[in-house]
Design a protein around this ligand. Sequence first.
Ligand code: AHG
Ligand code: MN
Ligand code: MN
Ligand code: MN
Length: 336
Amino acid sequence: MSQKKNFTLGEFIIENQSAFPYSTGELSKLINAIRLAAKVVNHEVNKAGLVDIIGEIGETNIQGEEQKKLDVFANEKFIQALINREIVCGIASEEAEDFISINSNDERNQNKYIVLIDPLDGSSNIDVNVSVGTIFSVYRRITPVGTPVTLKDFLQPGKNQVAAGYIVYGTSTMLVYTTGHGVNGFTLNPAIGTFYLSHPEMQFPETGNIYTVNEGNYIHFHQGVKDYIKYCQKEEEDRPYTSRYIGSLVSDFHRNMIKGGIYMYPKSSITEEGKLRLLYECNPMAFIAEQANGLAISGGSRILDVVPTELHQRIPFFSGSRKMVEKLKEFLDRYE
Ligand code: AHG
Ligand code: MN
Ligand code: MN
Ligand code: MN
């Protein structure tokens, strides 16, 4: 894989495609489509407050959440970019009840990839000018090409992912992704609309001093998580840790990957499944975490090993610096 700096994302995609001699270029085209949609969404996110793009649309999505205008806009843009380029055979989104099948019952459609997206992550932060993101996850279909995609194609364990990434619309806009050969981050130069390789081979520090959790839910957490939070707050050696919680998974995860930290969205006495969606949020972030020398678990098991049973399945999620996740697991195991 390339380590050159000042590389554009376009150049990086071409260079790394030739590293796989049998590659058909399909995955490169797919990442290119995501790159384009990211720029379109970025342009709109940056104008929030000036144009009529903040606020709710008055509809509830399949998750039972009030959809924001930007949720819907981002969903349309990512789906359009993928459909127009005819490079995938199926798409599933946090914002839509069912998966979309794209000409997949046409035998001329030889596309083998499916994409799952969280088009706009951190919706609650849109109206208050705080970082939001997009998350994507790519799999090879398991049913034969030229036949309609089925739910089976979407319910694959995360370890089958061929690519995953996120875009963070923050103080600068970054696209971070992996195809299973490490994680690379690209920063958008908005003046010329080009992503540059700014963070080659990103890695979680072995350990860190940031813990990230919605502590308002503390009373409802299970004892293992409560005890670990108390451990984070205890005065000893490198502790107490610093508490940081933005409420956008992408931004919280991105910060922890750069600085070293642990992200937690546990189950609780009110939400036994946790909140985060396995297919659109946890699997892609877990793939990135492991590729960046971090860990991602649901409690007892590795996120990437979980076999999904539903498109919109939720799961407890703990991810971050290796040593911190291992320590948390010690606490969770005491109450197994
Ligand atoms: P989304 O905006 O895509 O629905 O995701 C929201 C998620 C995630 O981004 C965030 O970390 C978490 O929900 C915040 O949940 P709480 O408000 O319960 O802390
Ligand atoms: Mn949502
Ligand atoms: Mn989300
Ligand atoms: Mn979302």
